[in-house]
Each structure stands twice: as structure tokens, then as C-alpha cells.
Ligand binder design. Structure first.
Ligand code: ZN
Length: 479
């Protein structure tokens, strides 16, 4: 399947040379006096992030294995970049360019940065690092008919490290169709990998592919959320799921609904909008190859809107517009969902500001959704038990961007901001999902949105705040 063999240029050779010359390892907030004396430290690890360099939905964006955290993000020209951090040595490596996107190269394109093809990363059981990136529906003239939906831009790609746990060289594998976007990848306990994505632009099915050979080949796409023409209005059914590992052989999915108006048929002058609504949840039993709802009833696949509303509804959003967020399980196996909701202001195509809301399953019903307990924010969710819930959220506080932990001890009735990890005068941060098998010190990546500049400073954050890097290394990442 290795039809196209490429290796990509090394960006950070000088950094490797630095380490090889025996430069003192650099570190995070726990830097020793000797480290600090040997060079000025930077709070961010790279300066070549681009646009929305990370997001919650393209996940995992990184993985921790054997004391090293591997991270991927969108860099110059929308290409995927990879760095690694050795926790014991307190040493960074990279960034290295892992592949070439067909997006981000056309100066005449109206939307300068597409942002949909940012990388998703996972390490297979043989230690090879896989990155999926670059897609937003594909192009008819380049890729032909999309059998499961419509086109927009980009080309979904799969690259793998040439050697196990080595981020310096990459090759492209011909394993997946070009039409995908919003890649999400799950590895099961037996090593099977499931790649989920939307098979095209808005009017496309969501599909998964299964790999049983460490990602060297993937099976045919299987649709699990169906896009469909509505008969009652000039629009189509469309979806935004978040997919992650559940208990045992299970994969859990929460999703919201996109009412995809025809431009000409939309009810007001805005035409097509980002109108999204309602919250749903279902479970994929990969052992039995069946899907069920929270009550255990089997679901016919691919799921249609009619069945989703009847069998999988968590909550209606009413007049509010939603933007789907992450899902996790507590120690009883009950799901907790973070989803943002805000008003349709009637003028904006994307709606008004959306605050984070928390929903959870009690074993017999869905509860939560309370307004005013969490800020306008995006981020990641963790639940230690049904009442003990934590978010790490990127929000804005009085014009400044902040990233903070928010904890609840009462199952989401109230939340307290317990620790601020980062505050900058920049307006906001783009935030990732939790890094897979995260080291406590390195759980989340954020990209600092700089005023008047598409370039982003990239940060790695954990329980102890920021993982820093020697400034002389960080500055070089810009070139
Ligand atoms: Zn749409």
C-alpha cells in the first residue's frame, strides 16, 4: 500500500545538533537553577503554529508513551508539524514537518487558511507514529465523484514515521480516500485502530475505517451517521460527532445536528448558516460490530435523524445553537459531555458566543445543561466519578486569553475555577483535546492567537502549568 514514498525535509536539524553537542537539557516550570542559568526560557515550545493550529475535534493531537510526549499541530502552509518532549531529560525535539497538505498553498484563495486539515495523531502497537491531516472534502476535478457526499477542498492524507518513535522522517501511505475531514482516531486494547471522519463537506456521511495491522491498511469506509435530504424544508441533515474510546471493546460517540440550509431556501437573508442543535449519544461495540443507545437498544446503521431523535437524544438545545465538544466516561462507565451553546443573534452566520455546558448520565437519565456555571469556552473534559468532574478550558477574561482548570464536586451543579494555567494579553487560545495517555505535566496543547498575525505560539500545559523550552530553540522554530 506504500504507493507514494516521500520523506520530508527536516526543519529542526540545528536543534538536533544542539542536543548532540551536549547542550544542557531544558525543561518546564521545574527547571533547575543550572538550566535557567544556561539560557533564557520560553513559555511556548514553538512559534510556527498557523491559524487554528489545534482544535478539540481533531483528536488525539498527541500521545504520551514511555516518558515522551509526541505532539502534532498545523504549521506553515497548513502542513502538519510534530514535536516530542522527553519528560525525564526535559528535552524537546522538533518541530519536523510530517507531510505536505494540498491546502494552504494558494495565495489567491479567498479563505486564506482553511483550518479543517489540522493533524490527528496516534501511535500503533509497533511504535510507529501515524498522522492524518489535510482534508476538507476533496476536489471533484482532482479526486472525482465522492460516493458518500459532497466536495469542498483539500485531500485527506495519512503519513507514518519511517522508524518507531522517531519523528524525524515520515512517509505517506495510500490507505484512505481523499474526501475525509475532521479525522478522529481510536486504538483499542487489542491494537485495532479505527479512523473516523466526515466523508466530504457538510452534505456527507460520517464513516469509519478499521485497521487490524497497525495502520498499514484500512478496510472500506463504513457509514455510521447519514446525511440526508429533508422533505419538509430546503435543507439536509448533517452531523458533528466526537468519537473516543469507551469501556472494553466500546467506542463512545456524542454528536450534534447541523441543519444544512440550501442557500436559496434558507429562511432569512443569511442563507446557509452554522446552525447546529441538540445533543445525542450512542455506543459502538467493536467486538460485536453493533451500535446501541444508552439504554442498550440496538441501532440501525447508518443512523438517520429520525432514529437519532427517537433513540439517542441527550437534550434539545431549544432556541440555542450548539457546537459539539468532548465526551468521557466516569468510573461507573457513565458518559459526561461538554458542549457549548449560545444564542442565534439573527445576524451572524455562526451565532453568538457559546458557553460550555455539562451533561451526564446518572444510570437512569440525562441531567445537567445548566446555564451560567461555566464560561464561554472550549476545552476538554474528565470525570473521575459521577460527581467529580473537571474541565480544562480556553476562555477570555476581560480581553485576555486564559486557560484554566474548572472543577465540580457536585456532578456539574456548580464549577469552580481552581487553577489558571496560562494568561496572555492575546484575545484567546485555540485548545486541543486531552493528549492520549497524557503525562500529568503535559495534558493539553494550546495555540495563542496573536493580534494581526496568523502565526501562533504553541504551548504544552499540564497539572503543573507550562512545559517551557529554551528560548534559543523556540525562536528557531519560526524559520
Ligand atoms: Zn451546512
Amino acid at each position: 500500500m506504500n504507493r507514494r514514498h516521500f520523506s520530508f525535509g527536516v526543519v529542526a536539524t540545528s536543534l538536533i545538533a544542539l542536543s548532540a553537542c551536549g547542550a544542557s537539557p531544558v525543561t518546564g516550570s521545574a527547571a533547575s537553577a543550572a538550566d535557567s542559568a544556561s539560557g533564557e526560557m520560553s513559555d511556548h515550545f514553538a512559534e510556527n503554529g498557523l491559524g487554528n493550529a489545534v482544535a478539540v475535534i481533531q483528536h488525539p493531537a498527541g500521545e504520551h508513551l514511555n516518558g515522551i510526549t509526541y505532539l502534532s499541530y498545523q504549521g506553515p502552509k497548513e502542513d502538519p508539524y510534530v514535536v516530542s518532549y522527553n519528560h525525564e531529560e526535559r528535552e524537546w525535539s522538533g518541530p519536523f514537518k510530517a507531510g505536505v497538505s494540498i491546502m494552504g498553498k494558494d495565495p489567491n484563495r479567498r479563505k486564506k487558511i482553511d483550518n479543517h486539515g489540522k493533524p490527528t495523531m496516534i501511535i500503533d502497537n509497533a511504535g510507529y507514529i501515524h498522522v492524518f491531516f489535510g482534508g476538507h472534502g476533496g476536489l471533484r476535478e482532482l479526486h472525482g465523484d465522492n460516493p458518500r457526499g459532497n466536495h469542498h477542498y483539500g485531500e485527506n492524507k495519512h503519513v507514518v514515521s519511517k522508524r518507531p518513535l522517531d519523528i524525524t522522517e515520515w512517509e505517506e501511505l495510500d490507505t484512505i480516500p481523499p474526501f475525509g475531514t475532521y479525522n478522529q482516531v481510536v486504538k483499542m486494547d487489542n491494537g485495532d485502530m479505527y479512523l473516523f471522519y466526515r466523508h466530504g463537506a457538510h452534505r456527507s456521511d460520517w464513516v469509519y475505517h478499521k485497521s487490524t495491522d497497525n495502520g498499514r491498511t484500512f478496510g472500506e469506509p463504513v457509514s455510521f451517521l447519514k446525511h440526508k435530504r429533508r422533505t419538509d424544508m430546503p435543507a439536509e441533515d448533517s452531523w458533528y460527532p466526537y468519537v473516543t474510546k469507551g469501556m472494553g471493546d466500546e467506542i463512545i460517540v456524542n454528536f450534534d445536528y447541523h441543519l444544512c440550509w440550501d442557500n436559496a431556501g434558507a429562511p432569512d437573508a443569511r442563507g446557509h448558516t452554522a446552525n447546529r442543535q441538540d445533543i445525542f449519544y450512542m455506543v459502538f461495540d467493536t467486538g460485536k460490530n453493533t451500535w446501541r443507545n444508552i439504554q442498550g437498544e440496538l441501532l440501525p446503521m447508518p443512523l438517520t435523524r429520525e432514529v437519532a431523535e427517537e433513540k439517542t437524544l441527550v437534550a434539545r438545545s431549544g432556541e440555542l445553537w450548539s457546537f459539539n465538544g468532548p465526551v468521557t466516561l466516569d468510573n461507573k462507565g457513565y458518559p459526561h459531555i461538554g458542549i457549548t451553546m449560545g444564542p442565534d443573534l439573527g445576524v451572524s452566520k455562526t451565532g453568538g458566543p457559546k458557553e460550555m455546558r455539562h451533561y451526564r448520565w446518572t444510570g437512569s437519565e440525562w441531567v445537567g445543561g445548566k446555564a451560567g456555571v461555566l464560561p464561554i469556552a472550549n476545552g476538554a473534559i474528565r470525570a473521575d466519578d459521577p460527581t467529580d468532574v473537571r474541565f480544562v478550558l480556553a476562555s477570555n477574561d476581560d480581553g485576555e486569553g486564559i486557560v484554566s482548570w474548572w472543577d465540580s464536586k457536585d456532578g456539574g451543579q456548580t464549577f469552580t475555577k481552581t487553577r489558571e494555567l496560562l494568561r496572555r494579553s492575546s484575545p484567546s487560545f485555540a485548545i486541543s483535546s486531552f493528549i492520549r495517555n497524557a503525562h500529568p505535566d503535559a495534558q493539553i496543547m494550546v495555540a495563542e492567537r496573536l493580534r494581526g498575525d496568523d502565526r501562533r505560539n504553541m504551548y504544552l500545559l499540564g497539572e503543573n502549568g507550562i512545559v517551557t523550552r529554551r528560548k534559543s530553540e523556540t525562536v528557531q522554530t519560526q524559520s
